[in-house]
Design a protein around this ligand. Structure first.
Ligand SMILES: Cc1ncc(COP(=O)(O)O)c(C=O)c1O
Length: 484
């Protein structure tokens, strides 16, 4: 199969892409899923690998019975797939799985690096970060310095390299590491990682990259950019239910003590002492791992390596430009973040419709048009508030006021459309048409909805119950009925 056939087949292979839901007009139809930045859909051939593996299921760390041998081999293969996918040389780098997403990896690295290099008290964190790549550093490290972005107000975004240079000069060898996102989960703005790594390494600091939003959208080369640590979530790259992945230089891992202890990471244990193993990745994977999830993630990464992430990126760029320009051209719609021509970006576009709170936009897109987008501050509150600053001032709202009332919170946020491998031009044309439709029926739509809490809106007469959409108990009931 040629690479482009493989890409086409993969694009058509996602579980749940055509799931049908009801709309206000009494119709039922396939959803348009534009919420991939929160979590992607499952790639079917990778799911099938995981499903088939269950026929051989056993725990890893043994090769004496057949199933354990298969499990250990497949789990090792998954680690190799991760390393290959991020172009990390096996002599220099090691991959390990942690928790259920990137959050576990950041907490681990923040705790370990701050303990390993206490004399370097400063950690740099960009102002674009998801809370997962900000709060663990605030918690574990003595001093966090936030690095500003370029531009202002709604165009704020993309690391300000001049200011970063000045910060590296000011703090020099006091800096332990810089934690920076590869791409923002709000605006998709991409960070020039190789340049950041050069600045960091000049003062002996490490670079910890949050690749959660970059991993499914653009090629990453840890070798070329000389990245020390890279972290991502498997559920953001077509393997929901898989663990977080951490890829780190072996020199970095050998400097730190394992942050988690338990079975599988020790050579021996006595009442008086214990001896952590020197073997990687075992030393970093205490406990029984998420073997099925790791194998499904390995399968996704293997397939995408065969396609080539440069091809995935090439395909997405046209869709990003189309959506950005088309949304921007709609009267009364604001789009956020730097212009794609100024800062390269991934397929994540945050926007607001004048007169609509972000929650109302998301609810109406769902209820009237079967389009699924996310809304709020996307766990990147400081960045979102900066992007909204001018609009908030114009509404006489202090963007930084803590503990704001619910009616302020309902304005402090955005709707976000985010793309995946399965997103088509037709999906995005439907989004644009739907946004146009909402802007043209503002008063009617406002009259149909009531606010719920600080983030949501509910239609006054159309609100299918969650259990009518999917009900695990009903499925169990089917099984129980056939077992009666
Ligand atoms: C940029 C970024 N970093 C980190 C995370 C945290 O990932 P997880 O919740 O899978 O740990 C997310 C999730 O939305 C994200 O978008």
């Amino acid at each position: 199969m040629s690479d482009s056939n493989l890409l086409t087949n993969l694009q058509a292979s996602f579980i749940g892409i055509d799931t049908e839901y009801p709309t206000v007009d009494g119709q039922r139809g396939p959803r348009i899923y534009l919420d991939s930045a929160a979590s992607t859909l499952m790639m079917a051939p990778a799911y099938e690998v995981g499903h088939e593996f269950l026929e051989h299921y056993a725990s890893t760390h043994s090769d004496l019975h057949y199933a354990a041998r298969s499990a250990s081999h497949a789990f090792d293969w998954a680690h190799e797939c991760v390393l290959r996918f991020v172009d990390a040389d096996t002599d220099r780098y090691c991959a390990f799985f942690a928790g259920s997403g990137a959050t576990a990896g950041f907490n681990r690295m923040a705790a370990s690096l701050s303990r390993a290099r206490p004399e370097r008290k400063v950690v740099l964190v960009s102002e674009m970060e998801h809370h997962s790549n900000d709060l663990p550093h605030r918690h574990h490290c003595s001093q966090v310095v936030h690095v500003p972005c370029m531009g202002e107000f709604e165009r704020y975004g993309g690391l300000d390299m001049d200011k970063l240079r000045a910060i590296f000069e000011e703090y020099g060898e006091k800096i332990n590491y810089i934690a920076v996102t590869g791409a923002s989960n709000v605006t998709g703005a991409i960070t020039p990682l190789a340049e950041v790594a050069k600045l960091a390494h000049a003062v002996g600091a490490y670079v910890v990259v949050d690749a959660s939003q970059m991993i499914a959208h653009a090629p990453v080369s840890m070798n070329d950019a000389d990245i020390d640590v890279l972290v991502f979530s498997g559920h953001k790259i077509y393997a929901p239910g898989s663990p977080g992945a951490v890829i780190a230089k072996k020199t970095v891992l050998s400097e730190i003590k394992p942050a988690e202890l338990g079975g599988g990471m020790v050579d021996d244990v006595y009442i008086a002492e214990y001896m952590p193993t020197e073997t990687l990745p075992d030393r970093e994977e205490a406990g029984t791992p998420n073997i099925v999830g790791g194998i499904m993630l390995g399968a996704v990464l293997d397939l995408l390596t065969r396609v080539g992430m440069d091809k995935v990126r090439e395909k997405e760029i046209g869709l990003i430009d189309y959506t950005w320009n088309a949304l921007k051209d709609i009267e009364g719609v604001s789009v956020y973040g730097p212009e794609p021509a100024d800062v390269p970006r991934t397929g994540t576009i945050a926007f607001n419709i004048k007169g609509f709170d972000h929650g109302l936009t998301a609810a109406a897109l769902n209820d009237f048009h079967n389009i699924q987008v996310r809304n709020g501050c996307f766990c990147a509150h400081p960045y979102v508030r900066e992007l909204l600053k001018k609009e908030m001032w114009d509404m006489d709202i202090d963007p930084d006021a803590p503990n704001a009332e619910a009616d302020v919170e309902r304005k402090r946020g955005m709707a976000r459309a985010s793309l995946g491998l399965y997103t088509t031009q037709a999906d995005l044309e439907k989004l644009i048409a739907a946004v146009r439709d909402l802007t043209s029926r503002r008063d009617e739509i406002l009259s149909l909805y009531e606010p719920i809490g600080s983030n949501g809106y509910r239609h006054s007469s159309f609100a299918p119950a969650p259990r009518d959409l999917f009900d695990p108990k009903r499925l169990l009931g089917n099984f129980l009925a056939t077992s009666a």
